[in-house]
Structure formats: C-alpha cells, structure tokens
Design a protein around this ligand. Structure first.
Ligand SMILES: *[C@@H]1O[C@H](CO)[C@@H](O)[C@H](O)[C@H]1NC(C)=O
Ligand SMILES: *[C@@H]1O[C@H](CO)[C@@H](O)[C@H](O)[C@H]1NC(C)=O
Ligand SMILES: *[C@@H]1O[C@H](CO)[C@@H](O)[C@H](O)[C@H]1NC(C)=O
Ligand SMILES: *[C@@H]1O[C@H](CO)[C@@H](O)[C@H](O)[C@H]1NC(C)=O
Ligand SMILES: *[C@@H]1O[C@H](CO)[C@@H](O)[C@H](O)[C@H]1NC(C)=O
Ligand SMILES: *[C@@H]1O[C@H](CO)[C@@H](O)[C@H](O)[C@H]1NC(C)=O
Ligand SMILES: *[C@@H]1O[C@H](CO)[C@@H](O)[C@H](O)[C@H]1NC(C)=O
Ligand SMILES: *[C@@H]1O[C@H](CO)[C@@H](O)[C@H](O)[C@H]1NC(C)=O
Ligand SMILES: *[C@@H]1O[C@H](CO)[C@@H](O)[C@H](O)[C@H]1NC(C)=O
Ligand SMILES: *[C@@H]1O[C@H](CO)[C@@H](O)[C@H](O)[C@H]1NC(C)=O
Ligand SMILES: *[C@@H]1O[C@H](CO)[C@@H](O)[C@H](O)[C@H]1NC(C)=O
Ligand SMILES: *[C@@H]1O[C@H](CO)[C@@H](O)[C@H](O)[C@H]1NC(C)=O
Length: 611
C-alpha cells in the first residue's frame, strides 16, 4: 500500500518479494521463454487506487531483449499502449501518461477506475522474434459510492410476508454488512444471502420495521446506505373502548371511543346489539339516551391492507336517575305490641331499596321483616324503641335518592306508677301547716292524663302529676289516689298513699341497709336513748301521775335541724306495719362522734309502732 508513483525509481526489489506481493487477482498466461521459464506480468500492488500509480513488472524472462511492447485488453495494434526500444532507450509514443522502464516494467500513474483491465507485454528478442507475450491484470478502486437498499415489498403484512432487502452498490469487490437499529441481524427470521448482499426477513413482525442500514466495504473504504424503514402493515389489534364505565343515566349523551393498534390506521364500525349503526367513525356519540339503548356495543376495527379485523364489546346499561321515593305506613302512631307496615314506593322501575332508621341503615330485628322486593317493612309486636324516623332509599348504579322521613310514635303505658316521695309503708307524714307535695310518676306515651282522689273523691282541681297543698290542715289527712290514664292505649293505672298530718313530724320509714356504720352506731345510741325516754315516760305516767301530759308535749320540741332526712328504700318489702319497729332519724351530715353526744338543741325521735 505504500507504493507511490516514485516506485519506478526505487529500483531492484528482490524477486522473492515481488512474488509474495503478487495479487491473487493477477493471472497470467505462461508462455515459455527461450529458456523454457514462465514469463508473467505482475502488478507491484494488489490493486490500484484512484489517483495512485502502479507498476507492472515482467518476470521470468531472461535473455537479450530488443524491445518491449505493452497492450491493453488484447495484443492488437489498436490496443498498443507504447513500445520501448532497449537499444535506443526510446518509448514510442513518449508523450503519454504511461512509462516503460528499461527493464520492461510499465508505470501507470494517475490511476482512474477505467485503468482496471488486462494488460499484455510482448518481448522481442535480439533476433527480432517475439520471445514472449505475458499477461497480467489489476483493479483500481476508489471510495465506494453510497449503496441503496431495495425492498421486494413496500408494505409487507405482519406474520405473513417475507421481505428481502438488497444492498445495491455501484462497485466491485465489496463486502456487505447489515445493521438493524445499529445491531447486526440476529435470529432465525433474519437470513443473509451467501454474499451478504441480500437480507431476507421471514414472516415480518411490526418490530422489524428497522431502520436498516447496509454497509459496503472495498479495499479502499467503506460507505453506508441511508437508513431504510420497512412499512410493515399489521393489525388491527383487539380494539379498546373508552370510557370503560358502563353505566349511564337516561338523557345522558353516550360517548364511546374505539381505538385499535393498526397500520395503516383501522376503519371502524359500531354495532348495537348486533345491529350496525349509521355512524362509521371511531367515536360514537348518542345524545339523550333512553332505556332501550342498554345493550352490547361492539366496535369493529378493520385494516384493508392486512385484510384483518378485530372486535371488542362493551355492555352499556342505561338506567333512570332515581327519583325520591314515597314512604307511607298504615299508621304513624301505633300501639305498642301492634303490627305495622311501612311501604316504600319508588318512582322508577328496577330500583334497589335500603331502609334507614334515625339516619342509620336499619338493622332488622327478629320482629321485622321485609317483602321480597324490599318495598314493605313489617314490624310485628312494635316496641317503644321502634319509635323514630324511618326513611327508604332507592338506588341503582347511577345513584340513590332517599325518601322524606316518616316519624313513627309508639303508644304505651301508663306503667310503673310511683310516688315521689315514695314511702316504704305507703304513708307519709306532714306536719301541720307544712306544705304537702305529692308527685306521681308513670311511664307512658303519649304522656298520661292524671286524676287525683282523696278519700275516694275526685279532686278536679288537680289534673297534673303533682298534688300540692301549701299548708296542710288536720283535715288533709286521708287516702290519696293517683290515677294515670293514657287516652291512646286506653290503659290506666293507680296507686294510693296515706297522708297523715301530724303536730310534730315523726320519722317515716327507715332502712338500716342504707345506713353507714356510723349511722348504725347512732341507731344503737338512739335505741338506748329511746329506752331511757320510755323509762322517763313510765316514770311520768305512773309515778308522777301528772294527768294531761301527752305525747305531743314531748314531741313539741322543735328540731333545730330542719333538714332531717328520711331514708326510704324501694327494695324493702311492703307490709312493714306488721312488725314493731323503731326508726331514728338524725342529721346524717353529722359525724358519728357528735351523734354520740347530741347537743341539747338536737332532738332525737323515737317511735314504737304496734298494731
Ligand atoms: C524495473 O525498473 C523499475 C525502475 O527502476 C523498478 O521500479 C522495477 O522494480 C524494476 N523491475 C524489475 C522486475 O526489476
Ligand atoms: C459515500 O458515497 C457518497 C456518494 O455516493 C460520497 O459522497 C461519500 O463521501 C461516501 N462516503 C464515504 C465515507 O466514503
Ligand atoms: C408467522 O408467524 C406467526 C406467528 O408469529 C405464525 O403464526 C405463522 O405461522 C408464521 N408464518 C409463517 C409462514 O412462518
Ligand atoms: C417465507 O419464507 C419461508 C422460509 O423460507 C417460506 O417457508 C415461506 O413460504 C415464505 N413465505 C412467503 C409468504 O413467501
Ligand atoms: C457475511 O457477513 C458475516 C457477518 O455478518 C460474515 O461472517 C461473513 O463472512 C460474510 N460473508 C461474506 C461472503 O462476506
Ligand atoms: C330526550 O328524549 C326524550 C324521549 O326519549 C324526549 O322526551 C326529550 O324531549 C328529549 N330531550 C332532549 C333534550 O332532546
Ligand atoms: C330506542 O327507542 C327509540 C324510540 O322508541 C328508537 O328511535 C331508537 O332507535 C331505539 N334505540 C335502540 C338502540 O333500539
Ligand atoms: C331525588 O329525586 C328528586 C325528584 O324526585 C330530584 O329532584 C333530586 O335531584 C333527586 N336527588 C338525587 C340526589 O338524585
Ligand atoms: C298494618 O298493616 C299490617 C299488615 O297489613 C296489619 O297486620 C296491621 O294490623 C296494620 N296495622 C294497623 C295499625 O292498621
Ligand atoms: C304490650 O305487651 C306487654 C307485655 O305483654 C304489656 O305489658 C303491655 O302493656 C302491652 N302494651 C300495650 C300498649 O298493650
Ligand atoms: C278523710 O277521711 C278521714 C277519716 O276517715 C278524715 O279524717 C279526713 O279528714 C278525710 N279527709 C278529707 C280531705 O276529706
Ligand atoms: C288525649 O288527650 C290529649 C290531652 O288532653 C288530647 O289533646 C288528645 O286529643 C287526646 N287524644 C285522644 C285520642 O283522645
């Protein structure tokens, strides 16, 4: 490669070296010299380069030479390049590019592609005879021009067609190299021709589009084609329908869009329940849909080039927007233990029904059940806790709507009658001129109506649950009856209490169980004090014999502690009047230590009852 046009003057390369550098492209006829050796034309380089030079040497001839003649293509006068006379050292013609040296070698400088050819040398010996004709050839290379890729199919179909790409190059003696996305071809489906000039892609896929580049290389240089992209036709793939939400309310605009991966782009048609729609566009828009637009919508995508088509279905449901349902009951004010039916009446068909109680989803008790369509809620043996606000809600996939609340009242009672205060023995003592406050309590809905009787006679002045006398007189003693009536259930209940007007209030019933340890100690002391008092009384009655002295005198000592409390117990059994008993009442707020030695102002009551 290092040869230049100066080569002819470098002189004397050894025979062996020339032999090694002989081109395989050179071929030669092997005329025998006079001595019987083969005479050949050997290029000094394996190939010529555009602009470079080359020397064609004659090898294998020995003997006297008169002249050398060089021909191109054939030994024919018309193809004579030049002749050289050894004796005169003159080349004829002399004014040409080529030069014949004295040893017969031919120098061709300023090589062009056209110089690639077969050359002949003819040697005339001293006898004037043609001693030998030798032949040799060489090729001149320039930088290869850019190759182009030619495809056998401009629109191959995916999974069906094979495509052959040929690298077209205006050049000889080149090798080919292919690149797909900058990578060499790989895989079973990429098949190269033996000369690498043609790349065949078997059964193309959409991933095979390239770009493809072919590179050519000759001994001088490389050049690459422009990237070539395959237009592979494929699809349509199964289309996708958007939006995927399948529920629409009546009156809505149904808008569906279909898209399928396809090359060239797919053509779309739509079917509703198998019937072709007028519109054949990718998107459908149906305004103001009615219920009968419920159904299966099919998008069909087709590709006229691949001849394939693909479909996808979507099930669309058109439903009415739930309107507010009506709620009703055969009674909104029901007697306890009665049976009630609450009915929900939806305005639309096909609604689901949910029941609500006091704004919470109703949990059905064992006394409740609903009809199969859930429209009727039946409550058997209604309880007072069933009173409240009832609503029904209708819902479908579009939405929900709740009824107005229906308020249910449950009438019951009267029951659990009780006086406040509630003396154990059914008797209450009121001191003369003290106020009397009786209150009667019952459980009832609606609230009970009250009637009071004294000694069996109705006192129409009192019609609430309280009976009040500001200042009792002796005649106010008696048997008081509270009668409670419910004018809805028509039930009534009554209870009696005995009111005793006393000069000095004695204690009412007491109950040891509610007393503290200190109080018990007090009672013990009280009993002892009582015994002492009784002793004193006996003394007065029997030994002093002071007539007219009464219990009243004794009890006329007024207590300095008006807040003496009385303790009653609801749990104690009735009929205590059968047993003689003693109650002692004292200021419960006093510590027991003080109770042990009450000050003189403190009065201790003691009562013995016997019947
Ligand atoms: C003939 O002479 C030229 C110029 O001197 C030289 O370059 C060439 O190598 C010679 N050829 C042989 C076969 O000696
Ligand atoms: C490739 O060939 C084009 C002409 O076909 C030429 O312009 C370009 O220089 C060449 N490139 C190389 C690297 O030889
Ligand atoms: C082409 O490939 C597809 C799947 O990739 C296969 O079903 C089909 O049979 C192949 N065709 C040929 C001719 O190999
Ligand atoms: C593609 O090439 C494969 C393998 O050479 C061959 O079997 C098949 O028939 C070819 N297909 C077509 C459509 O030419
Ligand atoms: C074809 O290319 C491969 C590499 O892709 C190479 O190994 C092989 O020698 C080439 N064949 C010819 C004839 O150039
Ligand atoms: C929608 O359709 C209903 C009948 O299906 C019709 O009564 C109503 O007027 C329509 N509304 C509009 C806005 O077109
Ligand atoms: C629904 O009914 C209307 C009129 O009743 C009709 O015009 C329309 O084509 C129907 N739509 C479908 C999808 O059947
Ligand atoms: C419930 O229904 C009434 C008509 O019955 C309607 O005006 C209202 O908008 C609906 N509410 C909802 C949340 O759909
Ligand atoms: C309400 O209807 C239910 C079932 O029909 C019936 O059993 C019940 O007696 C009715 N209740 C009233 C208060 O009418
Ligand atoms: C309901 O039944 C209970 C128990 O049987 C009874 O106590 C109550 O008085 C009844 N209620 C009415 C309003 O009849
Ligand atoms: C109730 O009867 C008693 C005796 O039976 C009597 O002392 C009392 O005054 C009567 N009370 C009234 C308010 O009539
Ligand atoms: C029950 O009594 C109340 C209060 O007196 C009255 O307003 C209501 O109308 C009565 N109801 C019936 C059903 O008699």
């Amino acid at each position: 490669m290092e040869r230049t046009s100066e080569a002819p003057h470098s002189g004397g390369s050894p025979w062996k070296e020339l032999l090694i550098t002989a081109s395989i492209l050179s071929c030669w006829i092997q005329p025998m010299s006079a001595q019987g050796a083969a005479v050949t034309v050997v290029p000094s380089l394996s190939y010529g380069t555009v602009g470079g030079s080359i020397i064609l040497d004659i090898q294998g001839f020995s003997g006297e030479v008169l002249s050398y003649s060089w021909y191109r293509k054939s030994v024919d006068n018309s193809n004579l390049i030049a002749a050289y006379s050894v004796s005169s050292g003159v080349q004829t013609p002399a004014d040409i590019r080529e030069k014949i040296f004295s040893n017969g070698s031919l120098l061709i400088p300023d090589l062009t592609l056209n110089d690639s050819d077969v050359y002949y040398a003819q040697i005339v010996n001293s006898g004037g005879l043609i001693a030998a004709t030798a032949r040799g050839q060489f090729t001149v290379y320039g930088p290869p021009p850019k190759p182009t890729i030619i495809s056998t199919n401009m629109a191959p179909v995916e999974n069906k067609d094979n495509v052959s790409l040929t690298c077209q190059a205006e050049s000889q003696n080149i090798t080919y190299l292919w690149f797909i996305n900058q990578n060499p071809p790989a895989g079973d489906r990429m098949v190269l021709s033996p000369d690498n000039k043609t790349l065949t892609i078997i059964n193309v896929t959409r991933e095979d589009q390239g770009p493809y580049v072919c590179e050519i290389q000759n001994p001088v240089s490389v050049n690459r084609s422009d990237p070539f992209t395959l237009n592979i036709t494929y699809g349509p793939d199964p289309p996708m329908i958007l939006p995927t939400d399948p529920h629409y309310p009546v009156g809505a605009t149904l808008e569906l869009s279909c898209s399928a991966v396809s090359n060239p782009p797919a053509q779309y048609t739509w079917l509703i329940n198998g019937t072709q729609m007028v519109s054949t566009t990718q998107n459908v828009s149906i305004p103001n849909v009615s219920l009968n637009y419920t159904g299966t919508y099919t998008c069909n995508a087709s590709n006229s080039v691949t001849g394939l088509s693909s479909t996808t279905d979507i099930s669309i449901t058109i439903s009415e927007t739930p309107a507010k349902p009506n709620i009703s009951a055969n009674s909104t004010n029901i007697l306890e233990n009665g049976t009630l039916a609450i009915t929900c009446s939806p305005e639309n068909e096909g609604m689901n029904i949910l029941w609500f109680f006091n704004n919470q989803p109703l949990s059905l008790s064992e006394r409740m059940n609903t009809s199969e369509d859930n429209q009727t809620l039946t409550i058997k043996s209604v309880k007072r806790e069933d009173a409240g606000s009832y609503q029904c809600e209708v819902w479908n996939l579009i939405g929900a709507n709740r009824s107005d609340p229906l308020t249910l009242t449950v009438s019951y009672g009267p029951e659990h009658i009780m006086f406040v205060p509630n003396p154990e023995n059914g008797e209450i003592e009121v001191k003369f001129k003290d106020p009397l406050n009786l209150m009667c309590q019952v459980g009832s809905y609606p609230p009970a109506l009250y009637e009071w009787q004294v000694n069996g006679t109705v006192n129409s002045n009192f019609s609430s649950n309280t009976y009040v006398i500001k200042s009792v007189s002796w005649e106010d003693s008696g048997n008081y009856t509270c009668l409670a009536k419910n004018n809805v259930t028509n039930l009534s209940i009554s209870r009696d209490i005995t009111v005793k007007v006393v000069a000095e209030k004695s204690t009412g019933g007491g109950n040891g169980s509610s007393l503290s340890g200190g109080a018990i100690a007090g009672i013990v002391i009280g009993v002892l004090a009582g015994v002492a008092l009784i002793g004193a009384l006996i003394y007065f009655l029997f030994f002093r014999k002071t007539g007219g002295a009464s219990e009243h005198h004794l009890t006329e000592h007024k207590s300095s502690a008006p807040n003496h409390s009385r303790t009653f117990s609801d749990s104690s059994p009735k009929g205590t009047d059968e047993v003689p008993y003693t109650t002692v009442n004292f200021n419960a707020q006093k510590p027991p230590a003080k109770a042990q030695s009450p000050p003189p102002t403190e009065t201790v009551y003691s009562e013995i009852k016997k019947k």
